[in-house]
Design a protein around this ligand. Structure first.
Ligand code: AHG
Ligand code: MN
Ligand code: MN
Length: 342
């Protein structure tokens, strides 16, 4: 059995000049994940369920576990010293660490401490998503906003933890995707899913169909396509929507599928945040052979302009996402609209 720590150290050889900082940072994430996992697992007991009574910058009610997970990860990064600052869903602004050790840190981390908050109180899988960049400011300086506003292609590592029927950590450093399952008896993440690849085709589509009437013609046409019987393409597909991005993504990564969070009338940029939801999952899916797009361009190519920026997301199996994008092109392209109007 290979543990996460052993694997990370073995893989350091992929980076000939590595000093070990990234390896230590990934190990810190593994430890923080175990601490959060403990609380998630006993969330029905004690006083950790329910709302914190506060809202985050996006106007969403914060759950106690959102705030707890945020603190656990931040403390772990502060202790480790490899990180000079963080950006998180639960913090209005980025946080520049002012400890002298942290100011020398080479990396910044953007993260969603608990994804799927609405599922916490009903015992459904939730997760943590993280994205790691090399800082752009000088080592020793205080981190600034430009360290965080980097496009997905600049990520040095990304991953997620899923607190599900078992707890898993899945990550990439740009050399494929590997998944580790927490073995509770020894308290270690162990390599269970080496070199993960997403099937090119799948039979599952995941979208909140409650919003379908307020999405574009292209999205509506694609969902209709998913439901239409056609034996040669395994249709109709099955609908699966957990409402925890991490859990929906994880299932599709293993079994094949497409996840869509489109633009809607009330949310023109969708709901999901570029820097700590879409971008890290885009890195993972591409490393696994899939595609991530905002409907117009590759998610990894988007230059962020603000910390909590939202973008629509089409992510998953290559052939399924390509088909969805082709249908958006066919039904939503502005020139087509003009032609139709004529
Ligand atoms: P978070 O709990 O971190 O705010 O994220 C919730 C996200 C994501 O996990 C999920 O896929 C999506 O919200 C569900 O949104 P809808 O309820 O609008 O479908
Ligand atoms: Mn989220
Ligand atoms: Mn969250």
């Amino acid at each position: 059995m290979i543990t996460l720590s052993e694997f990370i150290i073995d893989r350091q050889a992929d980076f000939p000049y590595a000093s070990g900082d990234l390896s230590r940072l990934l190990q810190d994430i593994g430890i923080a994940a175990k601490i959060v996992n403990q609380q998630v697992n006993k969330a029905g007991l004690g006083d950790i369920l329910g709302a914190e009574g506060t809202t985050n910058v996006q106007g969403e009610a914060q759950q106690k576990l959102d705030v707890y997970a945020d603190e656990v990860f931040i403390n772990s990064f502060l202790r480790g010293g490899e990180v000079c600052g963080i950006g998180s869903e639960e913090n209005d602004e980025y946080v520049a660490f002012d400890r002298p050790l942290s100011k020398k840190g080479k990396y910044v981390v953007l993260f969603d401490p608990l994804d799927g908050s609405s599922n916490i109180d009903v015992n459904v899988s939730i997760g943590t998503i993280f994205s790691i960049f090399r800082r752009t400011s000088s080592i020793g300086d205080t981190a600034n906003i430009n360290d965080f506003l980097q496009k997905g292609d600049e990520q040095v590592a990304a991953g997620y933890v899923i607190y599900g029927s078992s707890t898993m950590l899945v990550y990439t450093t740009g050399h494929g995707v590997n998944g580790f399952t927490l073995e509770p008896s020894i308290g270690e993440f162990c390599l269970s899913h080496p070199n993960m690849n997403i099937p090119e085709d799948g039979k599952v589509y995941s979208i909140n169909e409650g919003h379908l009437n307020s999405t574009s013609k292209g999205v509506q046409a694609y969902v209709e396509y998913c439901k239409k019987a056609d034996a040669s393409t395994n249709r109709p597909y099955s609908a699966r929507y957990i409402g925890s991005l991490v859990a929906d993504f994880h299932r599709n990564l293993i079994k094949g599928g497409i996840y869509i969070y489109p633009s809607t009338k009330s949310a023109p940029n969708g709901k999901l945040r570029l820097l700590y939801e879409c971008s890290p999952l885009a890195y993972l899916v591409e490393q696994a052979g899939g595609i991530a797009s905002d409907g117009k361009q590759r998610v990894m190519d988007i230059n962020p302009s603000e910390l909590h920026e939202r973008v629509p997301l089409y992510i998953g199996s290559k052939n399924m996402v390509e088909k969805a994008l082709a249908m958006l092109e066919e039904h939503d392209a502005p020139e087509k609209e003009v032609e139709k109007a004529k």
